[in-house]
Design a protein around this ligand. Structure first.
Ligand code: SF4
Length: 744
């Protein structure tokens, strides 16, 4: 007789970390519901959480390693896969150098503790500069901006809105009602956003689209795509012009104040209003309201990042926060105090680094060791020393998520070797030579080491395994450790020995600057209760962290055992001021005016004096869609077609496209035909298409997604259009032509 049991874990489908209760019968997931006892999410989940059940049962999901052969795909043993892949990678790098092997990491890594903590281990084994990351698609401007201003490596130096206490939330280029927060870990976004108004606060949204968040807001302003930096600098200008500035907690802790005042002088609201599409009086009024509110937070996300001036726009958001005294103030923007501070295990004293080398072809500066994803195709296609000839893809589908996917597909076809770690045969992995499937989130334990660095409350939670993986199926950390060991010539060494080496590296880095100076490596290692794998590293971080037991020195402090004993999670309280301990710049102060930003203003100025493009393409987020793999889960794709072109009624009339008809959308690099939806929720001169679709590619094995194929928006995005300061490709604000079309 089977007995139903319940496992508690955070949901892995977005950054919100909602608590789920997963009911299981044998090896079958029977239900997923919100965990009412989770102190952070309080029972909230969105429809995507049900995907846990469907993903686990999906017949398309790969269970064994796959090798491409002349006869087609063939399942192979894990050991054979490790041996063959490592041998081919070794061959390539011996012939062409270490940089000829590249790696690209996708954002699902953040939901797989083993992938997150062992990716750097594998990266060290590759010892290559050809490292790309999905952060380089949509987050690099924020990483660069906060890194330069606060001197910390991502994600520990990103201030997040103290949303539960703010009196005024200004949302620029973000739609948290649907995204549920990004770089702001926030379960129950709808509840938290509505609570602002309920306690007498104000929500203002600035976006080219009247988004779901804008519909909830007290005020919404349409903004022309790519002009966020102009608007935010106009608000900074107003702060100086009308003497509204007040540094608050940052007083005495900043440098570059006069340089910012001087830089903002050129951006009077009256000068930028027409280009932005927002009236100058409205810009000034909004600035006054923001500055005079008891507390206020400016939050910018994708719309401020994946655009031509992503770094300047991100800078503008935090300038507004800092110059109005809202940095490190309850209700403003604050730094989370994570219980397992992953930065403790980073090299000390390094701070934020950029431009230690430049990409071979496009000369983009590396950022924290990463090259912008927009440079991946040219690094593969351009001959010469260091040309990338093999790629290792970790949980990613860049042929649907990266700019100019047609060019990238052509580049992947030229590789000598493509290895993908992924559980689907999708549009990208179908080009691979080997596919190594990972377990689903239900099959492994987890701790949100990364996302809890950005949460709007301080929390700790250990996510339980719901269903045991199939016998012999490795966890992602084991895949990376096994391959990494072979790359370092340790093929025949037991995994425990390899893992002990990994642990020692983490321990030594973590204890370098530990608050318990008498704590040494041998004591810490000896007292860890966990035996192997990422769990040991989390235990280490928790015990040396700000709430930790210090390996017995603070007996009431947290241990992993205590965290595990509270399966719904532990609330560690609201965000607390900690600016002084966060600042890690060479000057010891918040750098208000980094040279990179000041130098980029000339480019902004040129754009301001050039003619605007008549029609710009932006993206669109959908409640039931995050990564492209969610399109293979029936509950998340049912209902009306969602991959449609949104266009304003005035534009539709002028161009001659009709609702339900098709439009051809053409950019410099490509063209797609897509069904039309007419809506006045979009600014005239702007069209919108969601990303991650286009599931009709030959070779992929996604039965459900194939029935809801849609079109791939990244056929249109242009790898040559990028934010110069960070190298991030422009995904929002691509100039396009739209014409009527009869069919696909
Ligand atoms: S909001 Fe995000 S974390 Fe919460 S249930 Fe939905 S997808 Fe999961």
């Amino acid at each position: 007789m089977s007995v139903e049991r319940t496992a508690y874990r955070s949901c892995p489908f977005c950054e919100a970390t909602c608590g789920t209760a997963i009911t299981v019968d044998g090896d079958r997931i029977t239900g997923v519901r919100g965990d009412r006892d989770d102190p952070f999410s309080r029972g909230f989940i969105c429809p995507k959480a049900y995907g846990l059940k469907e993903l686990h049962a999906d017949p398309d999901r790969l269970r064994n390693p796959m090798k491409r052969t002349p006869e087609g795909w063939r399942e192979i043993e894990w050991k054979t896969a490790y041996d063959e892949i490592a041998a081919r990678l070794q061959e390539i790098r011996q012939a062409h150098g270490n940089d000829s092997v590249g790696m690209y990491t996708g954002n699902p890594v953040v939901h797989d503790l083993g992938a997150l903590l062992y990716r750097p281990v594998f990266q060290r084994a590759l010892d290559s500069r050809s490292m790309f990351n999905s952060s380089a698609i949509d987050t690099l401007p924020k990483i660069v901006q906060t890194g330069l201003m606060f001197g910390r490596q991502f994600p520990t130096g990103v201030p997040v809105p103290d949303i539960d206490r703010t009196d005024f939330l200004l949302v620029v280029g973000a739609n948290p009602m649907v995204s549920h927060g990004s770089l702001m870990t926030m379960p129950d976004a709808p509840g938290r956003l509505k609570a602002i108004g309920a306690r007498g606060g104000k929500l203002v949204v600035i976006d080219p689209r009247r988004s779901e968040t804008a519909k909830l807001a007290d005020e919404h302003f349409f903004l022309r795509p790519g002009t966020d930096a102009l608007l935010l600098l106009a608000m900074v200008h107003t702060l100086f012009d009308e003497s509204l500035f007040d540094l608050g907690a940052a007083t005495g802790l900043v440098t570059g104040f006069r340089e910012v005042e001087s830089a903002a002088r050129d951006y009077a609201p009256e000068r930028v209003a027409e280009r932005c599409g927002i009236d100058a009086d409205a810009i000034r009024r909004l600035t006054r309201e923001f500055a005079s509110s008891p507390s206020a937070a400016c939050y910018g996300r994708l719309g401020t990042c994946v655009q031509e001036f992503g770094t300047l726009a991100s800078w503008g958001c935090d300038l507004l926060n800092i110059l109005t005294g809202n940095l490190d103030r309850p209700g403003g923007v604050m730094f989370t105090t994570p219980a397992a501070p992953v930065d403790a295990a980073l090299p000390k004293g390094v701070g934020f680094e950029i431009g230690r080398w430049f990409s071979r072809v496009g000369k983009h500066p590396e950022v924290g060791g990463l090259i912008p994803s927009s440079a991946m195709a040219e690094e593969i296609l351009t001959p010469g020393d260091g040309q990338v000839r093999a790629m290792f893809l970790l949980m990613t589908n860049p042929l649907r998520s990266a700019a100019n996917s047609t060019q990238l597909e052509a580049a992947f076809a030229k590789l000598d070797l493509l290895v993908a770690v992924d559980f689907y045969l999708n549009e990208t992995t179908s080009h691979a030579d080997y596919i190594l499937p990972t377990p689903t989130a239900a099959e492994h334990e987890h701790y949100d080491v990364g996302l809890y660095c950005l949460s709007v409350r301080n929390v700790a939670k250990w996510s339980q395994t719901a269903v045991e993986p199939a016998p012999g199926a490795p966890h992602t950390w084991e895949i990376l450790a096994n391959l990494g060991a072979r790359m370092m010539g340790l093929a025949d060494v037991p995994l425990q020995y390899i893992d002990d080496l990994v642990l020692r590296q983490y321990v030594e880095a973590a204890l370098e600057d530990c608050r318990w100076e008498d704590l040494h490596s041998e004591e810490a290692i000896g007292k860890l209760e966990s035996q192997i794998g990422p769990e040991r590293i989390v235990e280490l971080l928790l015990r040396i962290g700000p709430y930790g037991d210090g390996f017995g020195r603070n007996p009431d402090g947290l241990t992993l055992a205590k965290v595990k004993a509270e399966p719904h999670g532990i609330d560690l309280g609201p965000l607390r001021p900690r600016l002084r301990e966060v600042i890690n710049t060479a000057s010891g102060r918040v750098e208000l005016a980094p040279a990179l930003m000041l130098g980029d203003l000339e480019r902004l100025e040129r754009r301001l004096s050039s003619d605007p493009a008549p029609m710009l393409l932006i993206g669109r987020r959908d409640l039931r869609s995050t990564n492209s793999f969610t399109h293979n889960l029936p509950a998340l794709v049912k209902g009306p077609q969602r991959c449609t072109l949104h266009i304003h009624s005035g534009d539709a009339d002028r161009i001659g496209v009709t609702a339900g008809g098709n439009a051809r959308v053409t950019s410099r690099v490509g063209s797609v035909v897509v069904p039309v939806e007419i809506t006045d929720d979009l600014m005239p001169g702007v069209v919108s298409l969601p990303h991650g679709w286009g599931h009709d590619a030959d070779g992929s094995r996604l039965q459900t997604a194939g029935k809801h194929a849609g079109v791939n928006a990244n056929i249109l995005t242009d790898d040559r259009a990028y934010d110069t300061a960070s190298g991030t490709a422009v995904l929002f604000g691509t100039p396009v032509d739209v014409t009527p079309a009869s069919s696909g």
